[in-house]
Design a protein around this ligand. Sequence first.
Ligand code: NAD
Ligand code: MG
Length: 393
Amino acid sequence: MIGVSLLGATGSIGCNTLDVISQHPDRYRVVALTARTNLTRLRSQCECYRPQIAVLADADSARALARQLRITAPEVTVLAGAEGLQAAATHPDADQVMAAIVGAAGLMPTLAAVQAGKRVLLANKEALVMAGDLFMQAVRQHRATVLPIDSEHNAIFQCLPRPITAGLAPQGVRQITLTASGGPFLHRPQHTFATITPAEACAHPKWQMGKKISVDSASLMNKGLEVIEAHYLFQASADQIQVVIHPQSIVHSLVTYADGSVLAQLSNPDMRTPIAHALAWPERHTAGVTALDLPALARLEFAEPDPTRFPCLALAYAAIAAAGDAPAVLNAANEVAVSHFLQHRLSFSAIPDIIETCLTRLAGSVSASLGDLLETDQRTRRYAEQYVARLSG
Ligand code: NAD
Ligand code: MG
């Protein structure tokens, strides 16, 4: 039995992971489940999967969950806060850790799993964006394994000849191409962007996801974050990473080789495919996903992204060029902007403005320690909060 810890169990990736695990009860055992606030869902997950530990962010909620589980699942130990997350990420019975917390909040527990030498299934792209160099250094130092869950990176991983190694050129790779659905506003005129509502931004045409990544997909910042993610994960330079709009979301990404061959991974848009791939790797097993019906699809389209309506993508390339703490600044500014947008306190078109201003004003340190990056994250959040307050004041 393979022990699995799930960080962010109640979210979209967490629930999809439990769905795949349920299909293979003789293969996987759930060791830990964590959530921030969703006590009700975590409770029913605990009753169903009987983990050794369950974690909620605050101590009062954790005590309430422990009380509720006393009769129905008394074997579950309930923990709270950062220590609880650390325990879930490093549990000795966890062979694999699904890192599916959203945002910078996932960095420390994901890094803890890496430092414990775990096999880390990485959905939490913000952790890599914030601290990519340190993260990958820790992967090498502690002989951890990172398997990408993001569908594009998982696709690239599947199309590379060897597991993630030192750089693309030695593997004969010329370029990697990340596909992007284009999100809900692919054809929306720019003059209407200021009136975009959170509900419209979260209505993704192809994927059912958490709110933050849905807004990121709508602004193309998700693709920007993924370019940075690919930069660190595959040691690809910015000019080796191309983005192409592909509205059908069937081709999840492509690898172009020196000899002109292009390998791509195709599947229906369902996160259970990359999740099952990473759980089972290097083997394969079912994911509960229907097979592709190519004649029914009929057409697959590809187009260039529009840099005028979606400036976030270029900001991500700029952050790679600036290096150092710039990706951490970009990530923190984006998290603050998206959170205010979701609360109707900021217009959709102001999201790239905030990120660009923060990058210009705050990024600059070239070599950054983990402490520096956490400090940069906090400083950027304060600055972005003030910026939003000024806009609405
Ligand atoms: P979600 O909002 O649905 O779920 C987030 C999970 O993290 C929840 O369990 C929540 O309780 C937990 N969480 C949130 N903030 C936390 C905090 N401060 N401390 C502890 N736990 C916290 O998000 P999601 O859509 O499942 O995305 C999770 C991650 O996976 C993101 O980084 C996202 O970019 C990435 N990802 C998601 C998808 C997808 O299809 N949903 C695809 C690719 C990548
Ligand atoms: Mg993706």
